[in-house]
Write a protein that binds this ligand. Structure first.
Ligand SMILES: [Zn+2]
Length: 411
């Protein structure tokens, strides 16, 4: 029983009320620790596997782990859950993990290749299943498949994949598709998924968190395709991907993409958004860089729908053949800059930013040292440019403001 203190007159004074508040807060904190503390610790333990140099040939690096030398061994591991490591290259039809099973698999420098009959998925997770993937330090082990349109890792029914090493790629289809669940990339590569219909990671719903590793050399639909759900990028690199249409590095058609770190570099789109293309949903950059990307319009970023917010970070050294070296705003697109920089980008017109319909709002940050034939900083073809108070800090060089003011005077 808890007895609340009262004054002599039976009423709590201010000091008593403050003491009571502290007491209640402490109680709530203790309750939170009791509820959430233990399960979190227990879960973290299962994901520890130190990357090793070279492959383990005598089992000395995997004490307590099951050697996996055949497809049958692998299917058994999937059925029971547990820890296993490959001892040779294995050809499989499909690995199916379900029923809340947790599988820890070290590729150990070897490959796991989906068979000819695998028309859909090489590894499929259902019913809350969990896969933790590891490899030796160079990430030479891989999960691959040569068939067109095959998905290498497919997550449905709230399943979970954490990748700590290895390569998911060199396929003619899709690397990872999150239909429902969560995928975390801490280390390793999702690379070389290159076919008529292919992409590195696709999120339909659920979550993708990228803390490290590389998403590279994926083609047709580029590095990451966000249909819905959330994509949070905290680190790592999305690099050298190409899109046949829009969004070489990342394409956002819905959902939420938040960039808190890492780099989106050297990606290429045939049409719009070499680094990132936003057609719907939201893209917010809080840190990190988008650089050296190229496209027809929007070398760094294209915003033709949805909202792109720049809170910090840099969009630099991108190139557009035609409009918007750094950022291209068109259609219903909304682009807002509060801080950060758009610099050293190049285009035929609007070196930094090209507004071709849509709205570009400047409340701070820097648009500087961009180059183009028309409107080095910002070129407005149609649409709106709104400059708020904080915009006085922006350094505008090579014509943008001058050209914009000239246009205003002529009107
Ligand atoms: Zn290992």
């Amino acid at each position: 029983m808890i007895i609340f203190p009262v004054g002599e007159d039976g009423i709590m004074n201010t000091k008593m009320r403050r003491n009571l508040m502290s007491f209640v807060t402490a109680l709530m904190l203790m309750a939170l620790v009791a509820v959430f503390g233990m399960p979190l610790q227990a879960k973290a333990e299962t994901k520890v596997h130190t990357a090793h140099t070279g492959s383990d040939t005598d089992g000395s690096k995997h004490e307590g782990w099951t050697p996996i030398g055949t497809a049958e061994d692998l299917y058994n591991l999937a059925k029971t859950g547990g820890k296993g490591y490959l001892t040779k290259n294995i050809a499989i039809e499909m690995m199916h993990i379900s029923g809340n099973k947790e599988v820890n698999l070290c590729l150990n420098g070897y490959s796991l290749e989906g068979g000819l009959d695998c028309k859909i998925n090489t590894i499929e997770l259902r019913e809350g299943a969990e896969l933790n993937l590891y490899d030796e330090s160079k990430n030479t082990g891989e999960i691959t498949n040569n068939n067109e349109d095959c998905i290498l890792i497919h997550l449905v029914e709230d399943s979970e994949v954490t990748m700590n090493g290895g390569t998911v790629g060199n396929s003619n289809g899709w690397g990872v598709e999150i239909y429902d669940g969560s995928f975390t990339l801490n280390d390793g590569n999702v690379s070389g998924n290159s076919g008529l219909s292919s992409c590195g990671v696709r999120i339909i719903s659920g979550n993708f968190t990228m803390n490290g590793g590389n998403i590279s050399n994926n083609t047709t639909f580029g590095g990451v395709y966000v249909d819905g759900g959330t994509f949070t990028m905290n680190g790592g690199a999305i690099t050298d991907n190409t899109a046949a249409f829009d969004g070489g590095g990342v394409y956002v058609d819905g959902g939420t993409f938040t960039m808190n770190g890492g780099a989106i570099t050297d990606n290429d789109a045939t049409d719009n958004g070499g680094g990132v293309c936003v057609r719907g949903g939201t893209f917010t950059i809080n840190a990190g860089s988008i650089g050296n990307n190229a496209a027809n319009n929007g070398g760094g970023v294209c915003v033709s729908g949805g909202t792109f917010t720049i809170n910090a970070g840099s969009i630099e050294n991108n190139t557009a053949e035609y409009c918007g070296g750094g950022v291209y705003v068109s259609g219903d697109g909304i682009c807002k800059i509060y801080s950060g920089s758009i610099g050293n980008n190049t285009a035929y017109q609007g070196g930094g930013v090209c507004v071709d319909d849509g709205t570009f709002t400047i409340s701070g940050g820097e648009v500087a040292e961009n180059k183009s034939n028309y409107g080095g900083g910002v070129n407005v073809l149609t649409g709106n440019i709104i400059m708020n108070e904080g915009a006085s800090k922006i350094i505008l060089r090579r014509g943008m403001l001058a050209e914009y003011m000239l246009m205003m005077e002529l009107l």
